[in-house]
Design a protein around this ligand. Structure first.
Ligand SMILES: NC(=O)c1ccc[n+]([C@@H]2O[C@H](COP(=O)([O-])OP(=O)(O)OC[C@H]3O[C@@H](n4cnc5c(N)ncnc54)[C@H](OP(=O)(O)O)[C@@H]3O)[C@@H](O)[C@H]2O)c1
Length: 257
């Protein structure tokens, strides 16, 4: 029987330097994983990656930072190679990368379309493909998507639209990798209290979202607190292994289906 505890496991987190990814890294370090490879993208995120490495190391866990723009299949393959070389294995792979564009359909440019699909769909696909090649038997694979997949809403056509394929990538990978005991899940937070959210919203739309979940009034800001996504991810990459092929909406009752 496969060991489903997270203790002693090796973890690769794409987008692991800050916000949700940084919190997941800190949490898994505190819960006893053996090593974490922390991916970051832009030069501006380097200091956050260094802070996360230091936080993980201070928990007594090996940490490695790797920079890369993951919008090419080669870059994703290189990240897995480097992580596996550094840690000796990759037992758990978590992809938190993404970008958002909020615009009416009429205003979306070809460049917007290509840029957002490159990270939200293409990078997500090749991350799943590389995880299938590199994960240990019994491994766990998570992609962060969005609760907007269950929304009937304007202005997020290319955001929700570019995250939507991940549901099908997840289903197919769960089927194909299941023979090796690998669980594959997409996690879909509601609008989260990070700069990623506020960058696209005005005061009115932010206020709407801060009151849109059934449980909004029980949180500090009304939005999904990324700290409330962390335990779900921790569960799924450990004892929650029986959940596979699914998209899980975690949003306090923001959208449902
Ligand atoms: N915040 C929300 O309201 C919300 C709600 C639901 C779902 N989500 C999803 O949750 C995930 C985490 O979001 P967050 O709020 O924690 O914000 P975040 O820290 O900005 O996460 C996005 C990450 O994607 C990375 N990234 C962007 N382009 C990349 C590229 N070309 N190659 C590699 N990495 C790239 C960013 O790195 P750099 O900054 O260094 O480029 C960043 O680490 C995202 O997938 C997002 O779609 C967010």
């Amino acid at each position: 029987m496969t060991d489903h505890s997270i203790e002693g496991k090796t973890v690769l987190i794409a987008g692991g330097a800050k916000n949700l990814g940084g919190l997941i890294a800190r949490d898994l370090a505190a819960k006893g994983v053996a090593a974490i490879a922390i991916h970051y993208n832009s030069d501006a995120t380097k200091s956050a990656a260094e802070e996360t490495v230091a936080a993980v190391e201070s928990a007594g866990v090996d940490a490695h930072a790797f920079q890369g723009d993951l919008t090419s299949a080669a870059a994703v393959a290189d990240l897995f190679e480097r992580a596996k070389t550094a840690m000796g294995s990759v037992d758990i792979a978590i992809n938190t990368t993404g970008m958002v564009i909020k615009k009416p359909v009429a205003e979306v440019t070809e460049s917007d379309y290509d840029t957002i699909f490159a990270i939200n769909s293409k990078a997500a696909f090749f991350f799943i493909q590389q995880a299938g090649q590199h994960l240990s038997d019994g491994g766990k694979l998570i992609t962060i998507v969005t609760s907007l997949l269950a929304a009937y809403i304007g202005s997020y056509s290319v955001y929700a639209g570019s995250k939507a394929p991940v549901e099908h990538f997840t289903r197919a990978a769960a089927k194909e990798f299941g023979a090796r005991g690998i669980s594959v899940v997409a996690v879909a937070p509601g609008p989260m209290e990070t700069p990623f959210f506020y960058g696209q919203e005005d005061a009115e739309s932010a206020k709407y979202n801060q009151n849109a979940a059934d449980l909004s009034k029980f949180t500090a800001t009304g939005l999904t607190d990324p700290h409330d996504i962390v335990p779900l991810v921790r569960f799924l990459v450990g004892e929650g292994w029986w959940i596979t092929g699914q998209t899980l909406l975690a949003n306090g009752g923001y959208t449902t289906r």
